[in-house]
Design a protein around this ligand. Structure first.
Ligand code: PLP
Length: 402
């Protein structure tokens, strides 16, 4: 990545997110390439970064979309992703979302409970449609990641156990409104160990074979997302070994492999850039206060997540500090006890690996407008989302003042 953060700060002000679109291309090509021996679909998990230009960039590369709300489905359709490349996942789909998904004729709905399957069946019947179904299997495997982003254990709310899944597939087979086409499994996020993925794929493909034996022939196995990225010094899963682990379980099956990476596609492509307002010392604790805050990037506050941080000045004097935002919460920090240079008013601070679950988790807390988003592609920068103004923030309230 060769991005001139200072130039962008002069042009667009701070704070901002900048995304290296060439990095996104590289990530897509790497993963797609790893599966080249098979029919495959890389369905980008839109929730990681749902900026329309980011989705469009991936769409142009050939990606589909994995969506967890009808809003995300509409974003994918809006930038031209074909309905047959769109999947709708999530534990709590609303009736109106299911209806719209069916009317949009997307590839399939990833169903996460038998109660949901009944709802989908009912709604499909009412619409006179046949719903293409994939069932999310919970393989009860510990993905060895942060508990908040772990999803593959029975204690998590996601998916159904093998026996329930089997019953649900039989229900699909016997229903004129349901067409079982796929099986889905997603055990967690920021995965850095291949072994749990291997185990869950084995469980999933065994079930696919079991179903085949009773004449339920699926066309898609959706192995989920979750591939980790480098925040600090993580050793990552090799994408070729990942693909190999999937493919070796697929022999004799005529299956299109779907995977749903979010973080892997965009995480390392993004940097959050903020500028120093003040330094202060309370007791013997040094604080560097910047114009960005937890409402812009909540991962440190929410998951205690680590992001590599750099102060962009030439000072060589480093000391321990907390890097914090202006919000009235002690949880408003980007890093605690980090070694950073002595700073001056207006020095820029780069917070790396912020492309995934950064802007998409932003809020207007403290009546702070969401920041600008910028793309850099082949050395050229462009704005892809305007900085929100005060008028934007109050737009939906103003008319109701009495
Ligand atoms: C969040 C999510 C993903 C993407 O996870 P990443 O860790 O960002 O790759 C994929 N599939 C489902 C069903 C999800 O909920």
């Amino acid at each position: 990545m060769n991005i001139n953060f200072k130039e962008l700060a002069n042009k667009y002000q701070t704070p901002y997110y900048v995304y290296d679109f060439d990095h996104i291309t590289k990530q897509y090509e790497e993963l797609k390439g790893a599966f080249k021996a098979r029919k495959s679909l890389i369905a980008y998990a839109v929730k990681a970064n749902s900026n329309l230009s980011v989705i469009k960039h991936l769409a142009d590369l050939g990606a589909g979309a994995d969506c967890v709300s009808i809003g995300e489905v509409k974003r994918a359709l809006k930038v031209g992703i074909a309905p047959y490349k769109i999947i709708f996942s999530g534990v709590g789909k609303i009736d109106s979302e299911i209806k719209e998904a069916l009317e949009s004729d997307i590839l399939m709905i990833n169903v996460e409970s038998d109660a949901e399957l009944n709802r989908v069946e009912l709604i499909a019947k009412e619409l006179g449609k046949v719903a293409r179904i994939s069932i999310r299997v919970n393989p009860n495997i510990d993905p060895q990641t942060h508990p908040y982003i772990s999803t593959g254990l029975h204690e998590n709310k996601f998916g159904v156990d093998i026996d329930t899944a089997k019953r649900m597939y039989i229900q699909c087979k016997n229903s004129s409104s349901l067409d079982p086409v796929g099986m889905h499994c997603h055990i967690g996020s920021q995965l850095t160990q291949l072994e749990p993925i291997k185990e869950s794929i084995k469980i999933v493909t065994d079930l696919v074979r079991n179903l085949k034996a009773i004449k339920i022939e699926l066309s898609f196995v959706d192995i989920g997302g979750g591939l980790g990225i480098v925040y600090d010094d993580e050793t990552l899963i090799d994408t070729k070994e990942y693909a190999q682990a999937v493919l070796e379980n697929m022999f004799g099956l005529d299956i299109t492999i779907i995977c749903e990476p979010g973080r892997f596609m965009v995480g390392n492509a993004g940097t959050f850039v903020t500028k120093v307002l003040y330094e202060k010392v309370n007791g013997n604790k040094r604080f560097v206060i910047v114009d960005g805050a937890m409402n812009d990037l909540i991962r440190p506050s929410l998951y205690n997540a680590y992001h590599k941080i750099e102060v962009l000045n030439d000072n060589e004097e480093f000391s321990d500090c907390n890097l914090v935002g202006p919000i009235c919460e002690s949880g408003d920090f980007f890093a605690k006890n980090v070694q950073l240079q002595k700073t001056q008013h207006n020095d820029l601070v780069a917070i790396y690996s912020a492309g995934a679950y950064g802007f998409t988790m932003a809020s207007n807390y403290n009546t702070r407008g969401k920041v600008a988003e910028i793309a850099v592609e082949k050395g050229i920068d462009r704005l892809i989302r305007k900085r929100e103004t005060f008028e934007d923030i109050i737009a939906l309230e103003e008319e109701f003042i009495k």
